[in-house]
Design a protein around this ligand. Structure first.
Ligand code: NAG
Ligand code: NAG
Ligand code: NAG
Ligand code: NAG
Ligand code: NAG
Length: 368
């Protein structure tokens, strides 16, 4: 009797040791960057580093007929080209190469994908449309833009639609100056969102605007009205409203919901260089090599991650912050819309970093 119990205990212990050894082994295999595409369940595709790859970029922006001038760095006069040549390499596995005809022909057939957010979403939408146009140049497409801020890129031959809805805050702002009210508890754009099969949200950059660039006069939260509040707190309240709306209105078996993580600025070189001084992204021609960023995690990204964890049916967080932090060389800087007068260290050159975001999206949609 006693011996039986004891030997059961030994067997249990042995099984536990075997399981632990097994896990250790798979951790080692998955940790090796040289291994072939491996176990997706244990590979975080958002952790890795940028590697030089002479087969990049994935397209020539000169052949993307609809690209906006603000992202079109090379024709705007950017002299260096190495920024086009970096590929995101996760530490634990390889990403599938972006295949536009596969994207259109497989899961996207008959489907609607919608980016909802600020001009960083526009940046990503343009990247995706350029990638698709490049892969399927003979597929006819149409682009329409409505005054409401909805841009629609459609491929009638594939019956698929890639949309961008400009919406910087996701929650509502109502009224006209000087009585514009930011309503942290209210979302009225949801009926548009419900028309999509795949939703990719993003919001952050506009939350920091003050003075003339701030598009509201007061903030309402619950039954309290204030002139201003800590912007990270306001952001958390709004993201919580968004998360509740998704939980209540979106059926995850029908609609895939992603939150595109916070895209970082490079306006202070002290964020990536100990001897940074007062520099910005201007003149940067190389990424931060390796996987560490001096300034550490982005506070807004931490808010988003925290809010998403509270969801009953969590959206998928595309945690692109670190990989983008490493790309201090990827911004238009003086080769964007504002030239030398208004250098741009927020948006990204195309071809460039958002192409990698879309490769990650492709991987999330079809290979995980
Ligand atoms: C991935 O790893 C997990 C846990 O180690 C294992 O259960 C699963 O079978 C693996 N999947 C593949 C495709 O290797
Ligand atoms: C891209 O996808 C299409 C359709 O699935 C396939 O026929 C083609 O071989 C793929 N191209 C590459 C380079 O993998
Ligand atoms: C296009 O896709 C929609 C669903 O989004 C479907 O209702 C419609 O029948 C499709 N049209 C064609 C011509 O396949
Ligand atoms: C695109 O449109 C042109 C002109 O309408 C037509 O000749 C061509 O076959 C179309 N291509 C595809 C792939 O539908
Ligand atoms: C504001 O709302 C809280 C709870 O929702 C309530 O307890 C409080 O009485 C309200 N205050 C006013 C002034 O209506």
């Amino acid at each position: 009797m006693m011996r039986g119990v004891a030997s059961t205990g030994v067997v249990t212990l042995m099984v536990m040791v075997l399981v632990m050894l097994n896990q250790l082994e798979s951790a080692i295999v998955n940790g090796s960057p040289s291994s072939s595409p491996s176990n997706k369940t244990s590979c975080n595709i958002y952790r890795g580093s940028w590697v030089y790859d002479k087969s990049y970029p994935l397209y020539d922006s000169a052949t993307c007929p609809f690209i906006e001038r603000q992202f079109n760095c090379k024709p705007n006069g950017r002299p260096d080209s190495n920024y086009l040549k970096y590929r995101w390499q996760p530490s634990g596995c390889n990403l599938p190469r972006f295949n536009g005809s596969d994207f259109l022909g497989r899961k996207m057939k008959g489907k609607k994908l919608m980016f909802v957010g600020d001009s960083l979403s526009l940046n990503q939408w343009q990247s995706l449309t350029c990638l698709l146009h490049n892969s399927a140049p003979n597929a006819n497409f149409t682009i329409t833009r409505s005054p409401s801020g909805l841009s629609i890129f459609s491929f009638p031959a594939y019956n698929s639609t890639i949309m961008f809805s400009r919406n910087a805050f996701l929650v509502d702002i109502v009224g006209a100056p000087p009585k514009r009210v930011m309503k942290l508890d209210s979302i009225s754009s949801g009926s548009l969102w419900k028309t999509a099969d795949i939703l990719i949200f993003n919001s952050w950059h506009w939350w920091l605007h003050t003075d003339r660039k701030q598009p509201w006069d007061t903030i309402v939260s619950g039954n309290v009205t204030v002139r201003d509040m800590d912007r990270l707190v306001a952001y958390e309240k709004a993201m919580t409203t968004w998360a509740k709306w998704i939980d209540q209105n979106i059926d995850p078996s029908k609609t895939k919901v992603f939150f595109q993580g916070v895209s970082p600025d490079h306006t202070h070189s002290s964020d990536w260089s100990k001897s940074g001084g007062k520099g910005s992204c201007i003149g940067e021609t190389k990424p931060v090599m390796g996987s560490d960023y001096l300034a550490g995690p982005h506070p807004a990204e931490m808010v988003v991650a925290k809010v998403i964890k509270t969801m009953k049916k969590p959206a998928r967080l595309m945690d692109v912050t670190l990989m983008s932090q490493l790309r201090k060389d990827g911004h238009p800087s003086v080769y964007g819309f504002g030239g030398h007068r208004v250098p741009d260290c927020s948006h990204w050159c195309l071809a460039g970093v958002p192409d990698s975001w879309n490769q990650l999206l492709y991987s999330e949609l079809f290979h995980s």
